[in-house]
Write a protein that binds this ligand. Structure first.
Ligand code: SF4
Length: 252
């Protein structure tokens, strides 16, 4: 059983497939908290975390979390979206941390179905959970957007960096990429050293850096420093198109 929080059709706003029409499935639950990424007021309470806090904090958003028992339920949702489209869109499995469910029958059954049907599938993950690619081979045909967290997330190193999980993804997939979230503070401090510690063994894997900011004003503040950082070190700048276009609107 897995939890689905929302599904929607939009364009991918970040990373390699920026601008690509995509159907998003957002799964609930995360093994990290990223308390330094932002603060929100939910039902009169101050909550710390990322812009997907509704997919992380089940207690506060329980009405959004739907139990999924069978892959067919996810396939039915996909079909509902597809009936309005004349082409096969990119499919994004995101969260929260969708790989909490990597060996769940419903979740993996859906991944198998997508791969078999020829969809391009991206799983957006914090890359801390090690997958058994031999026992679950459909994952070999998936693109992993490895959004490994740096110290600015507020979680400790041993929780946010799992090099065995990263190695398994890099070695078993034809294409996956890294995506780091940076603010001005960490850029001035040791962002480069932290990134090299994580990506250093994989010079062939593309590295995207994007500005911290789930609001347009924060994004605008951080973006120029991230551009300069990319120009200096040869990383690829990724914007957050969904924030530029729709600011804090959900399901965009
Ligand atoms: S790993 Fe991602 S989903 Fe989980 S708390 Fe951090 S930013 Fe949010």
């Amino acid at each position: 059983m897995c939890y689905l929080v929302e599904h929607f059709y939009s364009i991918q706003g970040e990373g390699k497939f920026t601008g690509t029409p995509s159907i998003f499935f957002r799964f609930g639950g995360c093994n990290l908290k990223c308390p330094s990424f932002g603060e929100y007021f939910v039902k009169g309470k101050k909550v710390f975390g990322c812009d997907s806090v509704h997919a992380v904090n089940r207690k506060l958003f329980v009405e959004d979390w739907r139990q999924i028992e069978r892959a067919q339920q996810l396939q039915d949702i996909l079909q509902d979206h597809l009936q309005h489209l004349e082409f096969k869109p990119h499919v994004v499995l995101t969260g929260g941390e969708p790989l909490l469910y990597w060996n769940d029958a419903a979740f993996y059954g859906f991944v198998e179905y997508l791969v078999r049907e020829g969809f391009i599938v991206t799983i957006e993950t914090n890359a801390t959970i090690e997958i058994d690619f031999e026992a679950y081979p459909a994952y070999k045909d998936v693109v992993f957007a490895m959004a490994v967290k740096l110290s600015n997330s507020g979680d400790p190193y041993e929780k946010r960096v799992n090099k065995a999980a990263i190695q398994a993804i890099v070695e078993n997939t034809a294409y996956s990429f890294f995506k780091f979230t940076l603010g001005r503070g960490i850029i001035e401090f040791d962002a480069y050293e932290q990134i090299v510690d994580i990506v250093g063994e994989y010079p062939e894997v593309e590295v995207f850096c994007m500005p911290l900011g789930d609001r347009l004003d924060i994004l605008r503040k951080n973006a120029p420093a991230v551009v300069d950082f990319c120009l200096l070190h040869g990383f690829i700048y990724s914007d957050r198109l969904q924030v530029r276009l729709w600011n804090r609107e959900r399901m965009r």
